[in-house]
Design a protein around this ligand. Structure first.
Ligand code: SAM
Length: 231
């Protein structure tokens, strides 16, 4: 699967994908990542990619031409490119979106900067728009990396143990039950004793109960959905 980051600051993104699980997936050619910088497409004689807002307002906006040309060039060589803009003015990205998008062949993640992007670019080019939460970041790069990471984990072969995808938070759609590792007692705190007894059906039931408690406490919205789905 291919990801293209459209960003004025590729250096903010590059390092993240050089190590760990995603770094290995890139080495093994299960994923590939490339970059397009709209500044390289600008026709402005001073190399500008931003301008003041028409109608007033604080700050600058990314102008249409560099982004339009960047995306048109990309689409000309990759007609299957699925173009996603990151913006706070959109629905929230979820695990279901990550799973759905993992089936695409080429995803393009467009990061805004300054006060954002001229709306006409989004209208003309976006297949989808996503927010990662109700707060404002200085740019879309972190949000693009969040999507790329979450989608990549669902691409076949990227995780060593794909079973872990099936028991993670938001499946079922509960939060994951508390988990423990060695040592069984740490500074007088013992793990749940039932987890040590090897009765797997009992452990599964117990984990389900703990997942329900945790979800009810932290995410009553998901808890309600989980209970309704079961009926
Ligand atoms: N003026 C915009 C507003 O009030 O909605 C905020 C622009 S923000 C400073 C600059 C860029 O950061 C946006 O174009 C977008 O790409 C990115 N961004 C900021 N917050 C985000 C969020 N919560 N989710 C996704 N992208 C975000």
């Amino acid at each position: 699967m291919r990801f293209t980051f459209v960003t004025l600051f590729p250096q903010l993104v590059e390092g993240y994908f050089s190590a760990s699980i995603l770094g290995r997936a890139i080495e093994e050619e299960k994923l590939s990542i490339d970059f397009r910088n709209p500044r390289e497409y600008t026709k402005d004689k001073f190399n500008r990619v931003d301008a003041p807002m028409i109608g007033g307002g604080a700050g600058m906006l990314m102008t249409p031409q560099p982004l339009m040309d960047t995306l048109d060039t990309l689409k000309a060589t990759s007609p299957e490119a699925h173009i996603i803009f990151l913006t706070p003015v959109a629905k929230r990205f979820t695990q279901n979106d990550a799973k759905r998008l993992a089936k695409k062949r080429h995803i393009v993640l467009v990061s805004g900067r300054y006060e954002g992007i001229d709306e006409r670019v989004i209208e003309a080019q976006a297949d989808e728009v996503f927010s990662i939460g109700d707060y404002i970041l200085t740019g879309g790069e972190l949000a693009s990396m969040v999507l790329c990471d979450a989608i990549s984990r669902n691409v076949e072969g990227v995780l060593g143990n794909s079973e872990s995808l099936q028991v993670e938070s938001f499946e079922a759609p509960l939060l994951e039950a508390p988990s423990f590792t060695k040592p069984t007692v740490y500074e007088e705190n013992a793990v749940v004793s039932e987890f040590l007894k090897g009765n797997h059906s009992k452990i599964t039931d117990l984990k389900r109960g703990l997942a329900l408690c945790k979800t009810k406490y932290f995410r009553p919205d998901l808890y309600k959905k989980g209970i309704t789905d079961e009926k």
